[in-house]
Design a protein around this ligand. Structure first.
Ligand SMILES: Cc1cc2nc3c(=O)[nH]c(=O)nc-3n(C[C@H](O)[C@H](O)[C@H](O)COP(=O)(O)O)c2cc1C
Length: 470
């Protein structure tokens, strides 16, 4: 598609889908040939609390909630094709959110079709259909307030009402069933056709996954049958996104592998990854593969630990910023990931790791980025202290590089202690500590307090007895 303002004529789109339409799925759909990808519906109240963060490790733009959750993650690759769908019942809030994301997305869409209670009880989704004045206010405010196209996804009921204002202000409308209908009901091609003929803006036909679209060729058939400008697919794409491929669909295993590459590269929430893969597996969710997916806790585990190894090296290097799971107790006193990283860098004749730490205003938490061999690594978690933040960054770096990080029970790192230190404790505990010490005396020259950490942002600092000067 040509660069510039997004066109809704003659396109095939990935429909908005809660939990499914996150970044990996959107990129997968684009890989396979979708022209436009909608994100999952995001509620304006939650989005309005987010701040925009450029994640230079993952090369994404993240919209991060006060509790650190990434509500919306996007990247350059989809910038010209992604539509941000919001749930809203308030013109001013809708505008605030649209302005927040405006630089990073190609269009904004207002969900006027969701029949679920969480949407309708706030006056959003299909509840808007009973309040045309509100619809008009939201659309007019958005259209005049942002420079990108504004679209809406509505149910047939409204489109057949004499609401010329609606169709005159929006840039595009996508249509599916009647308000009372549910996904099992067949789509009404004739109604969509009537609307498409009556209005001058592009109409996207939706709702064809069950009865109409089984192959890529069916997409064009569905478009013709509805007389719409374009087609949007939800379930059919969720089950096998390679439906967008004009060369034909791919086996599910290949689609899952392709999806996982994006999930790993962009540090997708592992529960979200599992959810999407289970949707793809459908009735195979109890198969050995399905069980493997369900039992896994991380993206790497989901991929059987092999897919990560199969990724190209550059992808692995970018596999940073993942949450560091585990527990501080996994690390023996005196041994820290920072020590290991420093020692490893020296062994590899690299420059000393450089730590940069930022503190955010709202809770004064810290996040560090460590640069090693011109690559940056950081944990996505925020820490209570600068030292914890640096340790978390060091762990991420060590894990990405596959270097032992000094946890109890871990294989010997080969980083040998050159000089014994005077311990502050005696007996068995000290013996254990000596056994675990792998770091050289150079580390003793710093006066920093060593705090064994794993990047868990909510744990208290270890008691003073476990803190020792290096
Ligand atoms: C898992 C799932 C999540 C959905 N979430 C949204 C959503 O966030 N916003 C929205 O407008 N519609 C949502 N829908 C509705 C779809 O976008 C689409 O309108 C509907 O599934 C009919 O299209 P289809 O026949 O291609 O599946 C969702 C549908 C599914 C299956």
């Amino acid at each position: 598609m040509a660069a510039g303002r997004l066109s809704f004529n003659n396109i095939t789109a990935l429909a908005p889908m809660v939990r499914v339409g996150t970044l990996p799925m959107r990129l997968l759909a684009l890989d396979y040939g979708a022209d436009v990808v909608y994100c999952e519906e995001l509620i304006d109240i939650k989005m309005a609390q987010c701040h925009r963060v450029v994640n230079d490790v993952l090369e994404t733009v993240d919209f991060v909630a006060p509790d650190d959750r990434v509500m919306f993650r996007t990247c350059e690759r989809e910038k010209g094709n992604v539509v941000f769908q919001m749930g809203t019942a308030d013109p001013d809030r809708a505008l605030a959110v649209a302005r927040l994301v405006e630089k990073d997305v190609a269009a904004v869409d207002v969900n006027m079709g969701c029949p679920k209670e969480y949407s309708t009880k706030g006056g959003m989704g299909a509840a808007l259909l009973s309040d045309p004045d509100k619809i008009e206010a939201i659309l007019r405010t958005l259209v005049t307030g942002v420079s990108i196209p504004v679209t809406c996804k509505i149910r047939i009921l409204l489109a057949l009402l004499p609401v010329a204002f609606l169709l005159a202000v929006a840039d595009c409308v996508s249509l599916f069933r009647f308000k009372e209908e549910r996904p099992r009901h067949p789509v009404h091609c004739d109604y969509i056709q009537a609307v498409a003929q009556a209005v001058s803006i592009p109409v996207i036909a939706n709702g064809g996954s069950l009865d109409h679209v089984k192959t890529n060729a069916d997409i064009e058939e569905f478009r013709r049958a509805t007389g719409a400008s374009s087609v949007m697919l939800a379930r059919a794409a969720m089950w096998n996104a390679s439906l967008f491929r004009s060369q034909g669909a791919l086996p599910l295993e290949k689609v899952m592998e392709d999806y996982l590459k994006h999930a790993i590269q962009y540090d997708n929430n592992a529960f979200n990854t599992k959810y999407c893969l289970c949707q793809m597996l459908r009735d195979k969710v109890e198969s050995p593969l399905g069980k493997q997916v369900q039992a896994a806790q991380t993206n790497a585990e989901i991929s059987g630990l092999d897919a990560a190894a199969r990724l190209p090296a550059w992808t692995k290097v970018k596999l940073c910023g993942f949450d560091v799971f585990g527990c501080r107790r996994e690390y023996p006193p005196q041994i820290t990931p920072k020590m290991f990283l420093l020692e490893w860098s020296r062994k590899e004749k690299l420059e000393q790791p450089q730590y940069e730490t930022v503190q955010r205003a709202q809770d004064r938490a810290f996040q560090s980025t460590v640069t090693v061999a011109q690559k940056k690594y950081r944990s996505s978690l925020w820490e209570k202290s600068k030292k914890f933040a640096e340790q978390a960054a060091a762990i991420v770096c060590l894990r990405v590089l596959g270097v032992p990080e000094g946890r109890i029970g871990e294989e010997d790192s080969g980083l040998v202690c050159k000089r014994k230190r005077e311990g502050k404790v005696n007996g068995a505990a000290e013996e254990e500590r000596s056994r675990k010490r792998h770091v050289s005396d150079v580390l003793q020259q710093t006066s920093e307090v060593a705090v064994v950490t794993n990047g868990d942002s909510h744990q208290e600092a270890p008691p003073p007895s476990q803190r020792e000067s290096l």
